[in-house]
Design a protein around this ligand. Structure first.
Ligand SMILES: Nc1nc2c(ncn2[C@@H]2O[C@H](COP(=O)(O)OP(=O)(O)OP(=O)(O)O)[C@@H](O)[C@H]2O)c(=O)[nH]1
Ligand SMILES: [Mg+2]
Length: 464
């Protein structure tokens, strides 16, 4: 049986029209060189999109045409029938291979002559001009199937005239914005590629299936990473051993700091994994780490940001029977509340040390034994899981929607309305069961984790 090779496409055109941006966005590769200096790409380079080690399609980034008219003159100097034009292009490559004059033309023609389909890129924010005709003529000489992509770099719009001109040279003309991609846009471009040549329909359709599965796999991996982070953060405990009779304030402070840093690390490691899952390996970003000191995390305002008033948080705890007297007091210490007095009495009886009362109490162990230690965790704050989950869902939605062609710094600015996009009462109720379990410090079996993960996956799906 003949081996089915993956589809290949050469992205070609005038300098500085967004060819590399298109390659970057379609190959999900943020290492492609993109810049507003014309002539950035000087040699052809292959960017395969690989899934589980298998190439699903391959794109060639190429330099822009530099001497299209001269090259076309040379080709036209050979008066041959249409079936021979292909050979003349090969002769052109052969003749000028060592000549720097046609370096760019040769770089861009080579992948085409080796079987790649043509994607001709234009920028419709600049007027159409005859100078492009030599480029399109040369591409026609290769005899390879081709399509045109209309990009829009600036504001002005000459799409109508471009469409009229391109229609003479390409049977498929599409608009595409490499800076603003979605699964739908990506699949619809692949759909057009599949129509270019009959023999390519099956392999390109197969690539579309692969791509869809791949996208779904990225979603699954992201929700797994988020579930793991929630479980680790909520169940996290930290200990600090001490020698003297009583732990010092400094030791308690040290433990508290350590605990906060570990929580921050869980978040930032998860963010990194998610960026890597979505192939954003070179991301520059501006992101605030988890904050515990200001109003960000524990204020009434931040609780309501996630749809949880203090009363609700309290009621969730009470109705699920999850919370001990101490737990409630830890969460609401310092606030007068309708149950506060009664709970305070219970908590007082526990005699715990409330140095870090908003997250978890610091417990002292081993009082009568040789080794004494302080322990903090698991997380007792009912608000925290929703804060962390909201932040990770937001992060993932930004990353998953970001085009690989963007080179600016990502700015994460979560609006307070974001929570309305994902958290409602029924989800909250479902999630709370698992947060309670994580908090208990008991082992969570794989089946339970899977159900929690499915909740996160469904939520992510709605956000993307
Ligand atoms: N706003 C916006 N900018 C774009 C778009 N496409 C490309 N650009 C910008 O246009 C400039 C040129 O993009 P490249 O992808 O490097 O262009 P190229 O055609 O590969 O250029 P050469 O390699 O020099 O031939 C870069 O600054 C891109 O960020 C777009 O759709 N929207
Ligand atoms: Mg380029």
């Amino acid at each position: 049986m003949e081996e089915m090779t993956h589809p290949k496409f050469a992205v070609v055109g005038h300098p500085n029209k967004g060819k590399s941006a298109i390659v970057s966005s379609l190959a999900l590769d943020d290492s492609v060189q993109i810049s507003d200096t014309p002539g950035t790409t000087t040699v052809k380079r292959s960017f395969p999109l690989k899934v589980d080690g298998k190439v699903i399609y391959e794109l060639f980034d190429t330099p822009g045409f530099q001497r299209a008219r001269r090259a076309l003159e040379w080709l036209e100097g050979h008066d041959v029938s249409a079936d021979k034009k292909y050979e003349v292009v090969n002769a052109f490559i052969h003749t000028f291979k060592e000549d720097p004059k046609f370096n760019d033309e040769i770089e861009l023609l080579e992948p085409i002559m080796e079987g790649a389909g043509i994607i001709y890129v234009v920028d419709a924010s600049k007027p159409y001009g005859e100078e492009y005709e030599a480029e399109m003529e040369i591409l026609r000489w290769t005899g390879q199937p081709s399509m045109a992509l209309i990009n829009h770099i600036d504001e002005d719009d000459y799409t109508a005239e471009w469409k009229r001109a391109l229609g003479h040279y390409f049977k498929i003309v599409r608009t595409y914005n490499p800076m603003d991609v979605s699964l739908e846009q990506h699949l619809s471009i692949l759909e057009s590629m599949a129509q270019l040549k009959e023999e390519w329909t099956a392999p390109v359709k197969a690539s579309m299936d692969f791509f869809q599965h791949y996208y779904d796999a990225m979603l699954h991996q992201s929700s797994e990473a988020i579930s793991q982070a929630l479980q680790s953060a909520i169940s996290l405990t930290e200990t600090l051993y001490f020698e003297s009779d009583n732990a010092t304030e400094a030791q308690k402070k040290q433990l508290e700091t350590h605990y906060k840093n570990s929580l921050r690390a869980i978040e930032s490691d998860t963010q990194k994994s998610i960026e890597s899952i979505w192939k954003h390996e070179h991301l520059e970003k501006n992101q605030n780490p988890l904050s515990f000191d200001d109003m960000d995390l524990f204020s009434e305002a931040s609780a309501s940001l996630f749809g949880l008033t203090r009363k609700e948080l309290l009621m969730t705890g009470v109705s699920s029977g999850a919370v001990t007297g101490a737990g409630i007091d830890l969460l609401f210490a310092g606030h007068t509340f309708f149950l506060g007095g009664a709970i305070g009495a219970v908590a007082g009886g526990v005699g715990a040390y409330f140095a870090f009362n908003e997250l978890s109490e610091i417990k002292v162990f081993g009082k009568t034994l040789g080794s004494k230690y302080l322990e903090i965790g698991p997380m007792e704050n009912r608000n925290f899981p929703y804060i962390l989950l909201g932040r990770l869902l937001y992060h993932t939605s930004v990353i998953a929607k970001r085009s690989h062609a963007k080179r600016d710094k990502v700015v994460f600015e979560m609006q307070s309305s974001f929570k309305e996009k994902w958290l409602d009462d029924s989800l909250k109720k479902e999630l709370e069961k698992y947060h309670k379990k994580f908090r208990s410090g008991k082992a969570v079996d794989a089946e339970e984790m899977k159900v929690y993960d499915t909740l996160i996956y469904g939520t992510l799906q709605k956000l993307l």
